[in-house]
Design a protein around this ligand. Structure first.
Ligand code: 13P
Length: 304
């Protein structure tokens, strides 16, 4: 089947099944192009909570679709069920229970890049867009931050709190090296460097702005007179930025920063999902209720 026909069928089935397509900023260009809504992990969670459609086709990775399920109580479909997140897999529920035993009075903040099981044991969820805000608003002075040590270190740098870090990392972001950016700076001396906080600390140090993907969009918007941006995050973000700002240039800091999981959702798989309403994401009720609490705790802190 050709791409045009697939897109036509997706649109038709979407109406018939009352489905909405939510897409993360790192997804394939053709998947971004058919989105009803594109965003970062926080935007997508909030959207999942608010949409009125019966079905959510979630084009992202497993933990994001789980979060959408927990927040929405809807049929949530992840077109490729094998889209995992190695960072999320770097901490288990058992690890969190152990941390709670070791530090009984210290609240645990967990990045949204964690499984529902992990979310069911932590105190507060956060995303790259609000990690500093969430940590700053927690009443206690000491906070445990899991699982990403680089985002955790970024938080540590931007708060007066004492942070206990976990040693997780995103293999895709760690492919970006300081040397890659310094080389590109020679070629584009006036470019601004935007860096995701999952990058290593050397890379964060040479950034003009460290921000999650929605923060990167805001930064580009605010820098009207800058034409070139070196973008240190997953490569799909450059397509997203170019679509939003066609007159500017976005140079990937490293072409190696490609998340294989994010690229598994294809148009064919989305069409198949709409035809079959499979594969569905389901979280066990008890885990769901407990995980929802940590996500709601994040929203409550953001309102403060
Ligand atoms: P954002 O929330 O910044 O979109 O990041 C999500 C993510 O998984 C980064 O690897």
């Amino acid at each position: 089947m050709n791409e045009r026909k697939i897109i036509e069928d997706i649109k038709k089935l979407k109406r018939e099944k009352d489905a909405v397509i939510l897409v993360h900023n790192y997804q394939l260009p053709e998947v971004q192009d058919i989105a009803d809504f594109i965003g970062d992990s926080l935007d997508l969670s909030t959207k999942a909570k608010l949409v009125e459609n019966k079905v959510i086709i979630f084009c992202g990775v497993h933990f994001m679709a789980e979060t959408a399920y927990i927040l929405s109580n809807k049929t949530v479909i992840l077109p490729d069920i094998s889209c995992g997140c190695p960072l999320a897999d770097m901490i288990t529920k058992k690890d969190v229970v152990e941390l709670k035993r070791k530090y009984p009075d210290v609240p645990i903040v967990g990045y949204i890049n964690t499984s529902a099981e992990v979310k069911s044991e932590i105190d507060y969820c956060c995303t790259s867009a609000n990690a500093v805000e969430v940590v700053n608003k927690i009443p206690q002075q000491t906070v445990i931050f899991v699982p990403d040590k680089y985002l955790g270190s970024f938080v540590k740098k931007n708060t007066k709190k004492d942070i206990i870090l976990w040693a997780g990392y995103c293999p895709t972001h760690l492919k970006i090296l300081k040397e890659d950016i310094l080389e590109l700076k020679q070629k584009y001396p006036y470019a601004k460097v935007v860096v995701h906080p999952e990058c290593n600390l050397e890379v964060q140090q040479i950034a003009d702005k460290v921000a999650g993907t929605s923060g990167m969009i805001k930064y580009v918007q605010q820098n009207e007179d800058v034409e070139y941006f070196i973008v240190a995050t997953e490569i799909g973000m450059c397509y997203r930025l170019k679509k939003l700002f066609p007159h500017k240039e976005f140079i990937p800091a490293s072409k190696l920063a490609l998340c294989p999981n994010m690229k598994k959702n294809t148009l064919e798989k989305i069409l198949f999902s709409l035809e079959t309403l499979q594969p569905q994401i389901v979280v066990e009720e008890e885990i769901k209720i407990k995980a929802l609490k940590s996500i709601e705790n994040m929203y409550k802190l953001m309102e403060k």
